[in-house]
Design a protein around this ligand. Structure first.
Ligand code: NAP
Length: 477
């Protein structure tokens, strides 16, 4: 690749400079669109990631050529600081912490957008007669960037258990929140009319920063996936608006793609968790209740991997339900061994993937793809829910909330209304987990005490490995 500063010198007064920049930006936009398309299916996701990175490299080179950079040391320092923060984050944070990592990335992206907006205001806008619409765009960018920055940091804190995951609510909270947002919007409107009212600018930023915190505090941990993708959408919108401010078509396109994809994902997540989108937008998340404990506990039946293997040997149809515990124990490769042994015996094995299983959208798909489980064996919730009743075995591996029948009938349950996988309808249910501890929502699961359920207590990797070994011996391997 041509070093950008070399390109800057070579292309300095050249007539090809403009077309080269346009071609690079066009190429970057095409890469981003392809990346989103490929990222939406497990078998092309890796390719999607690579093409996105190629597009981003083209965009950076194009931006450096077009910007007539005079001093590269600040850019080099920025790259160094970014790499010093990003590389350890990528290497040290485990797969199960990707949602936190995503929240931090949003925070940094949004902070960048807000800072660029603020710099532009102080350097150029207030000194000149700025058209109202341009100032309105800049104010919106700074507002969205600032609230996304603190909102994402709060989401990070909740997911990393640095802050309480339970909703923190008080009476009249929505009114206070909406008032703070309305005040910051008012500052933006006034600045659009009078850009020289400098004192209002820091007030707008402070109010937006405060709103970001207030927006996330009342949200319970169970709603975090929706919030993260919504913040992703805000960060994208902010970047897109920054494109208008900087007159960069590339940023407008890239930010719009980011904003739209985040919004679409939020809607999908809302449906999967049974939250209304309006409810999410207005931050009315305070209604989530604490665990409903009802005195009498039903007995739990447990079994051994040997017995489970015997029952599965005789099965025709097995549905595997992976959940967060599979990710924690990194059991996906053992699950692949189990899948191989069962299919070798002619058992029809499929995987039921709940949209919010694990801790990030697509979490289970990524892990199962890593273990090279055929994609056509993965079924989405709506496609497979009708099949549980005909299944001989439902093998629940470290999944809890996504198979909790309370979501259907217990109005007091925090997950009431969330669509769940019908694992309890299978003839026999095996549930692998280490204890009777609850899952993410912090509630008991009546599936574990159902007459059809046999618990397999232990680490998912060890238990699945033992079942696969038993089957392998039975298969004469
Ligand atoms: P879950 O309800 O969190 O339950 C996971 C279960 O795995 C726990 O009950 C735990 O029980 C077990 N486990 C943990 N480590 C294990 C290990 N090493 N071996 C075996 N079992 C282990 O998980 P889920 O059913 O996948 O549901 C996901 C939840 O996360 C939902 O409430 C969803 O709303 C929320 N959420 C989803 C996302 C997303 O985007 N997918 C993001 C954030 C939050 P033991 O401790 O007894 O082993």
């Amino acid at each position: 690749m041509i070093a950008p500063w070399l390109a800057d010198v070579v292309l300095a007064e050249s007539s090809v400079r403009g077309p080269i920049i346009t071609a690079l930006f066009l190429f970057a936009c095409a890469c981003f669109i392809l990346s989103l398309k490929w990222l939406s299916a497990p078998n092309t996701a890796r390719k999607g990631n690579h093409i996105g990175a190629i597009g981003m490299t083209a965009a950076i080179v194009g931006a450096l050529i077009s910007a007539h950079v005079i001093q590269y040391q600040w850019i080099a320092l920025g790259i160094f600081i970014g790499a010093a923060a990003g590389v350890p984050m990528a290497l040290l944070m485990p797969m199960t912490h990707v949602p936190q990592r995503t929240a931090l990335s949003h925070a940094f992206g949004a902070l960048a957008a807000a800072l660029v907006g603020a710099a532009h205001y102080y350097m150029e806008f207030r000194a000149h007669e700025t058209p109202a619409h341009v100032m309105a765009i800049l104010a919106t960018e700074v507002l969205l960037g600032s609230l996304t920055f603190t909102g994402s940091l709060m989401a990070f804190g909740k997911l990393q258990d640095l802050l309480p995951t339970r909703p923190m609510t008080y009476k009249g909270q929505n009114i206070v929140n909406i008032s703070v947002l309305a005040l910051s919007v008012l500052c933006g409107v006034l600045l659009s009319i009078r850009p020289d009212w400098i004192a209002l600018f820091p007030v707008l930023i402070l109010l937006a920063l405060a709103f970001g915190v207030m927006l996330i505090l009342p949200i319970g941990g169970g709603d975090m996936p929706t919030v993260i993708s919504l913040l992703n959408s805000y960060a994208g919108l902010s970047a897109s608006l920054m494109g208008f401010v900087l007159n960069s078509k590339l940023l407008i396109v890239a930010g719009a793609l980011d904003g739209a994809s985040g919004l679409i994902l939020s809607i999908i997540m809302c449906k999967a968790m049974n939250r209304s989108f309006v409810n999410v937008l207005f931050g009315a998340f305070g209604q989530v209740q604490q665990t409903a404990t009802n005195g009498e506990k039903k007995p739990v039946k447990s079994t051994t991997p040997e017995e489970a293997a015997q029952i599965m040997e005789a099965a025709n149809k097995v549905i595997i339900v992976p959940g967060y515990g599979m990710a924690v124990s990194q059991a996906q490769h053992k699950v692949r061994e189990l899948f191989d042994q069962l299919t070798k015996r002619g058992v029809d094995v499929r995987f039921a993937v709940h949209p919010v299983a694990g801790r990030m959208p697509g979490h289970m798909n990524v892990l199962l793809a890593e273990a090279e489980i055929p994609y056509d064996k993965l079924a989405e919730m709506d496609d497979i829910n009708g099949d549980f009743a005909q299944a001989d075995v439902a093998l629940v591996i470290g999944a809890n909330d996504v198979v909790n029948p309370a979501a259907r009938h217990d109005k007091a349950s925090p997950i009431y209304g969330m669509p769940i996988l019908n694992a309890e309808l299978a003839k026999t249910v095996f549930a692998i987990k280490r204890s009777m501890n609850p899952g993410f929502a912090g509630i008991d699961n009546e599936l574990y005490t159902s007459d059809r359920t046999l618990m397999l207590f232990g680490d998912a990797k060890a238990v699945v490995g033992s079942i696969a070994k038993e089957l392998s011996e039975a298969n004469g391997n």
